[in-house]
Design a protein around this ligand. Structure first.
Ligand SMILES: NC(=O)c1ccc[n+]([C@@H]2O[C@H](COP(=O)([O-])OP(=O)(O)OC[C@H]3O[C@@H](n4cnc5c(N)ncnc54)[C@H](O)[C@@H]3O)[C@@H](O)[C@H]2O)c1
Length: 248
């Protein structure tokens, strides 16, 4: 831990639990003031209290334009604007292709891809209005490389997140804003522990170059690097953090 993010404000979506919570804690440990944004209002508040260091919780549904607008109004009131955005909020489904209907597709795309768009839209507008050389870090998934089963809509959305990241990097570089994606492998998050994905660790570990069970902190460490000045020359990239399971 360091003070390399001192004076920075970071918004982490979906930070009431799991990987988002670990990212929020790590960015705060590096000196950032953290905004915990989540659908789960009580969970978000508990995380902000646990983190301390000026962290605040704001409830938000990233798939809802009005909710995202309200989030940024509150951020404007309570802070000097964000320097770092981490698009982490996501639904992690386990649905076989034969059960993927339009409703499921729209739900997953709505939160995992449109939600990333809506928050990135508002955040990069705010960063430029306040002349901030911001950082946009979006959590994708190594399932995009692997084409993992039972996640078709999710895999498509996560590929979209990588595409959006590349386009944002091009369009925002002139403002000193970088955009990068992180692709975690299987991580023992709160969500995964309660889902059928929890049964996949043995198989995934067999494919990993480095053995062990992925933890939320493994992802938080990579995000903290991308958020820092050490990563100022990196943009439009996707950093795969999965113990070497897939090579891309
Ligand atoms: N856990 C893994 O194995 C894994 C692997 C690759 C990528 N990821 C990605 O990492 C990120 C975090 O995953 P996790 O396993 O910690 O998930 P999780 O299910 O444990 O937590 C997700 C959080 O997002 C919140 N959320 C869901 N929909 C939201 C919405 N519409 N608006 C605001 N908040 C919302 C939930 O309330 C929850 O707090 C996700 O982007 C996920 O796709 C996870």
């Amino acid at each position: 831990m360091s003070d390399r993010l001192a004076g920075k404000t970071a918004l982490v979506t979906g930070a009431a639990q799991g990987i988002g919570k670990a990212i929020a804690a790590r960015l705060a440990a590096d000196g950032a003031k953290v905004i915990v944004a989540d659908l789960n209002e009580a969970g978000g508040k508990a995380v902000a209290e646990e983190i301390g260091k000026g962290a605040i919780a704001i409830s938000c549904d990233v798939s809802d334009p009005a909710s995202v607008a309200a989030l940024f109004e509150q951020i404007d009131k309570e802070t000097g604007g964000i320097d770092i955005l981490v698009n982490n909020a996501s639904i992690v489904p386990f649905v076989a292709w034969d059960d993927v209907d339009l409703a499921h597709w729209q739900t997953i795309i709505g939160t995992n891809l449109t939600g990333t768009f809506l928050v990135s839209r508002a955040a990069t507008d705010q960063m430029r209005a306040k002349n901030k050389p911001g950082r946009v870090i979006s959590i994708s998934s190594n399932t995009f490389f692997a084409g993992t089963p039972n996640m078709a809509a999710y895999v498509a959305a996560k590929g979209g997140v990588i595409g959006l990241t590349r386009a944002l990097a091009t369009e925002l570089g002139a403002y000193g804003i970088t955009a990068n994606a992180v692709t975690p492998g299987l991580i023992e998050s709160d969500g995964v522990k309660k889902s059928p994905h929890n049964e996949a660790f043995e198989f995934v570990e067999m494919l990993q170059a480095v053995k062990g069970k992925g933890q939320p902190e493994h992802i938080a460490d990579a995000v903290a690097f991308l958020a820092s000045d050490d990563a100022r020359w990196i943009t439009g990239q996707t950093i795969n953090v999965d113990a070497g399971m897939v090579r891309h």
